[in-house]
Design a protein around this ligand. Structure first.
Ligand code: COA
Length: 164
């Protein structure tokens, strides 16, 4: 069975991420969306929320699982017996960091192959930070994120605004 992992912070998942996982699910029998929970990162959305929103967003995709992990991505790949890692590339500006990560991962786990899928042009400007900023300032992010994420952000930020 061909299996791949698609790791990320997904804070929150965007339509760009959804596009990548949808396409990856056509290439592999199983794709695990691996949500990183390292304490070094300070995500806005708690792990259980990020995970639930992804599960809701991908529930119609065949062969997609959502898991959380701590520690190194290569250790997670080894633990799940996976030798393919998927990442999306939006623009040339992503390339340097992604190349560095792919090379470091390869050094740590030589059997691991990183496969890059090019983000669809219409999603290439979307980032999780942009989405959070627009939502925080009361803007409409429905065209950037899956429905469950949009519902959560609307609820979360309108509650925050009302409390002030
Ligand atoms: N469409 C739209 N946006 C996309 C995208 C796509 N296809 N692909 C990435 N992005 C954006 C995200 O929205 C996010 O935006 P932000 O910078 O504003 O937050 C950004 O690109 C990256 O987020 P994400 O894809 O969620 O992943 P990440 O870069 O936070 O995750 C890991 C990186 C998890 C793969 C990496 O940190 C890791 O492996 N961590 C584990 C520890 C480890 O092994 N370290 C050694 C690595 S060599």
């Amino acid at each position: 069975m061909a299996r791949a992992i698609y790791p990320g912070s997904f804070d929150p998942m965007t339509l760009g991420h959804l596009d990548i996982i949808r396409r990856a699910s056509k290439l592999f029998d199983e794709v695990i969306m691996a949500v990183v929970g390292n304490p070094g990162k300070s995500p806005l959305l708690p792990m259980d929320i990020r995970k639930n929103l992804i599960e809701e967003s991908v529930k119609d995709l065949r062969g997609v699982k959502v898991e959380e992990f701590q520690g190194l991505t290569v250790d997670y790949a080894k633990a799940t017996n996976t030798t393919v890692l998927i990442r999306g590339l939006r623009a040339i500006s992503d390339f340097e960091a992604e190349l560095g990560m792919a090379q470091a991962n390869k050094q740590l786990f030589p059997e691991l192959e990183t496969i890059f899928l090019m983000t669809k042009a219409e999603y290439s400007f979307i980032s999780s930070s942009t989405v959070k900023e627009i939502a925080r300032l009361g803007g409409d992010v429905s065209q950037f994120v899956p429905h469950p994420v949009n519902d959560y952000l609307r609820e979360h930020f309108s509650r925050g605004t009302k409390q002030k």
